[in-house]
Write a new protein. Structure first.
Length: 364
C-alpha cells in the first residue's frame, strides 16, 4: 500500500519526502527537479508501541511502516502528455492514496510555476488534469459497454448507467470520489477502472514557519474549497521540518519544536494520516524477544491479520488470544491480564481492532 505525494512543480514535495523518509531526494528551486519517483519506507509514529516497550522491555522493537512515493510535478496539459504528464499519471495510478501538496506561503525567493501563490488555482490545475485522464478511461469503457447494453444485456445496462454518471460528473469538474454512486455499484463497476480521482486524498498545506502552529489564510481557503470532498486537510511548515530533521540529537529536535510551540513534528501527524487514508490499522505482538506493530487492512478477520505475519498462520489458523491495548497497559503484564480474566479467545470470524495485542495459535 503506497501513498503518492503529488502537486505542481516546486511546491515542496521532495523536501517533504526528505522529511518523511530521510532519503535525500534531490530538492531544488526549479521545476521538474524530480523525474523518476522516489520511494521511501516510513516508520509510523505510535506512542502505544513505546508504552508496550516500557512494559515488556524486549530485545528489539519493530514499528509499522508505510510506503511514500515522491512523484514528479504535474503541469497544465499533463493529461495530453505535456511536461512529464504520461509518466506522472502512470506513477500516480500505481499508488493507493494521494497526498496533494499545496503551496501556502509567500516567498519571492522561491519561484512558482504559474508566477503567483494561489493554492486553490493550483489544486484545480491538478484536479482538472487527473479528471481529464479519468474521463478518457471512462469514455473508452463506455464505448465497449454500450454495444453490449444495446443487445438487452441487463448487467451492461446497469454498468452503462454508472459510467454515464461518472462521465457527467467528470465533465462537470467533479472527481470520481465525489460522484454519487452506490457502494455496490462502486465495487462492481468503478473499482476495477482504477480511476485516479477515485483514490482517497489528503491536502497538505505547505506553510511558512509563522503558520506552523495555527496555519494561515491560505489554509482556511483550502479548507473551504474542499469542504464538499470528505478529504482531510493538514498543514505543516515543510522547510522548517526539514531543518529539524537535520539536527543531530533528539533533544535538539525537541527544543526546536518547543520553541515553535509544537508538541511533535507535523510530519508525524502526516504519516499517521497517510496510514489512516490507506485504510490501515495496527495490531501488536509483545514478547521478550520482540515488541512489534503489524499493519493490516481495516476490517480484516483474525486469520487475515495472522497472514500478515506468515501465510501459514492464516492457512492453519486455530484461534487468536487477544488483549485490548488499554487492558495491557492497565494491568502491566500479560500474566496479570490473564489473572484478571481480560484475555479473550477469538475465532475465525473475529474482526481485529486497532491496538489489539495478539497471539495466534495455528497448525500446518
Amino acid at each position: 500500500m503506497k501513498a503518492g505525494i503529488v502537486g505542481l512543480p516546486n511546491v515542496g514535495k521532495s523536501t517533504l519526502f526528505n522529511c518523511l523518509s530521510n532519503a535525500k531526494a534531490q530538492s531544488a528551486n526549479f521545476p521538474f527537479c524530480t523525474i523518476e519517483p522516489n520511494i521511501g519506507v516510513v516508520n509510523v509514529p505510535d506512542n502505544r508501541l513505546k508504552k508496550l516497550e516500557e512494559l515488556v522491555d524486549p530485545e528489539r522493537v519493530v514499528p509499522a511502516t508505510v510506503e511514500i512515493v515522491d512523484i514528479a510535478g504535474l503541469v497544465k496539459g499533463a493529461s495530453k502528455g505535456e511536461g512529464l504528464g504520461n509518466q506522472f499519471l502512470g506513477n500516480i495510478r500505481e499508488t493507493d492514496a494521494i497526498l496533494h501538496v499545496l503551496r501556502c506561503f509567500d516567498n519571492d525567493n522561491v519561484v512558482h510555476v504559474d508566477g503567483s501563490v494561489d493554492p486553490i488555482r493550483d489544486k484545480e490545475t491538478i484536479d482538472m488534469e487527473l479528471q481529464l485522464k479519468d474521463l478518457e478511461t471512462v469514455e473508452k469503457k463506455l464505448d465497449k459497454v454500450k454495444r453490449a447494453a444495446r443487445t438487452g444485456n441487463k448487467e451492461a445496462q446497469k454498468e452503462e448507467a454508472v459510467l454515464n454518471a461518472l462521465k457527467t460528473g467528470l465533465e462537470s469538474g467533479i472527481s470520481v470520489r465525489g460522484i454519487e454512486v452506490s457502494e455496490d455499484e462502486r465495487e462492481e463497476f468503478v473499482k476495477n477502472l482504477q480511476l485516479i480521482t477515485d483514490k482517497p486524498v489528503m491536502y497538505v498545506c505547505n506553510v511558512d514557519e509563522e503558520g506552523a502552529v495555527a496555519g494561515n489564510a491560505y489554509v482556511e481557503k483550502v479548507r473551504e474549497a474542499v469542504a464538499h470532498e470528505n478529504a482531510e486537510v493538514i498543514f505543516l511548515a515543510v522547510g522548517t521540518e526539514a531543518d529539524i530533521t537535520e539536527l543531530e540529537t533528539y533533544e535538539e529536535r525537541q527544543m526546536f519544536l518547543e520553541d515553535l510551540g509544537l508538541s511533535e513534528p507535523g510530519s508525524a501527524k502526516l504519516i499517521r494520516g497517510a496510514y489512516t487514508l490507506l485504510g490501515l490499522e495496527t495490531y501488536f505482538t509483545a514478547g521478550e524477544k520482540e515488541v512489534r506493530a503489524w499493519t493490516f487492512p481495516k476490517g480484516a478477520t483474525a486469520p487475515q491479520a495472522a497472514g500478515v505475519i506468515h501465510t501459514d498462520f492464516e492457512k492453519g489458523f486455530i484461534r487468536a488470544e487477544v488483549i485490548a491495548y488499554d487492558d495491557y497497559v492497565s494491568y502491566g503484564t500479560e500474566a496479570k491480564v490473564k489473572e484478571a480474566g481480560k484475555m479473550r479467545v477469538e475465532g475465525k470470524e473475529y474482526i481485529v481492532k486497532d491496538g489489539d495485542v495478539m497471539h495466534f495459535r495455528f497448525n500446518v
